[in-house]
Design a protein around this ligand. Structure first.
Ligand code: TYM
Length: 323
């Protein structure tokens, strides 16, 4: 049986990119015969120095949102990273198998160093990510395209450890959907859709109501032709909309082009907005319901499983290292 691991930071509001790039695939994988770990990676969020109260409420809300999204808890464990200190422990060990040069080459490190200022947390961030994945010996990591480099690094770290101490860690593979792995801002289609609050009209948040969603799609940036064609060089805006529609409706880019061959941009934008609203609204309604509920029983039993899986890897690693 395959072991799947993935994570999401509890910073800012979860957006459509997080859903189509990651959570939608988590839900799919949770319906297959896998052992899944989906983690709210709150230790990673410390790198942004968040407000403690806000962080605390975001952690709980993100866990609830994963349940609202439909993750099957029969074979999936959801938990907060900081409650399993073995992640940070293994990260220290793995740092001795990580090279400064490769960490310096991480694109996200360079981007974050520009905005957050350069501190050691954003530099060693990918080592903690490797630890998240390896602590449960995951084989598959469903993420968006922005995490590709971090996954390659994880494999390198695992391989280096294995070369020294034997085949301890499987080399994890990245998985993404055929579409939706890199959603762009609706307002700036050359920039990734992100949580940053300076682009609220370019980002669809999970709790946007239908009106807001339709308005955002209506005013999305496209081009001056009226040709619904997937072309990432000349037509970034419309390609992004095609990608969103394809991902939500589980069809190919070509099928979208065919369906909307005779439509104009205005019509197509409304069809994409409708699809997005149909996808997000039930999740948001379920989330609102769960907000009032106490889910501590589910969280505690999931946590115990996560701790025991992580502890068994730590014991193995300790034995091998002679600790
Ligand atoms: P985070 O919290 O930024 O994003 C969570 C997931 O959403 C995906 N994503 C996107 N997918 C498509 N289009 C977008 N515009 C978009 N924006 C975000 C991300 O690729 C991710 O899959 N470092 C990770 C969290 C993490 C992690 C891990 C992931 C920590 N440890 C171990 C996997 C395995 C992050 O910041 O994701």
């Amino acid at each position: 049986m395959k072991t799947v691991f993935s994570g999401i930071q509890p910073t800012g509001k979860v957006h459509l990119g997080n859903f189509l790039g990651a959570i939608k695939n988590w839900v799919y994988l949770s319906e297959q015969d896998n052992k899944n770990f989906f983690c709210v990676v709150d230790l990673h969020s410390i790198t942004t120095h968040p407000d403690p109260q806000e962080l605390n409420s975001n952690i709980g809300n993100t866990l609830k949102l994963l349940i609202a999204a439909g993750i099957n808890l029969e074979n999936s464990i959801i938990y907060a990273q900081s409650k399993v200190p073995q992640h940070a422990y293994l990260s220290w060990i793995l740092s001795s198998f990580s090279q400064v040069g490769e960490l310096q080459r991480m694109t996200q490190y360079k981007e974050k160093a520009d905005t957050l200022g350069s501190h050691a947390g954003i530099f060693t961030y990918p080592v903690l990510m490797a630890s998240d994945i390896l602590i449960h010996k995951a084989n598959e990591v469903p993420v968006g395209d922005d995490q590709t480099q971090h996954l390659e690094l994880t494999r390198n770290i695992a391989e280096r450890f294995n070369n020294n101490y034997g085949e301890i860690f499987p080399l994890p593979a990245k998985s993404s959907g055929k579409s939706g792995a890199r959603l762009m801002s609706l307002k700036h289609p050359d920039k990734k859709m992100s949580k940053s609050s300076d682009d609220i009209n370019g980002t669809i948040y999970f709790d946007d109501d239908k009106d807001t969603i339709m308005k955002k799609f209506k005013s999305s940036v496209t081009d001056s032709s009226d040709n619904i064609q997937y072309d990432l060089i000349e037509k970034k805006g419309i390609s992004n909309l095609i990608d969103i529609y394809a991902s939500i409706n589980d069809v190919s880019h070509e099928e979208v082009e065919k369906t909307f061959k005779n439509s104009q941009y205005g019509e197509f934008k409304m069809a994409v907005g409708e699809s997005v609203s149909e996808y997000l609204t039930p999740i948001n309604l379920k989330f609102i319901e769960l907000e009032k509920e106490n889910i501590s029983e589910i969280i505690n039993s999931n946590l115990q499983e996560a701790q025991s899986s992580a502890e068994s890897t730590v014991q193995e690693v300790n034995n091998i290292l002679g600790l």
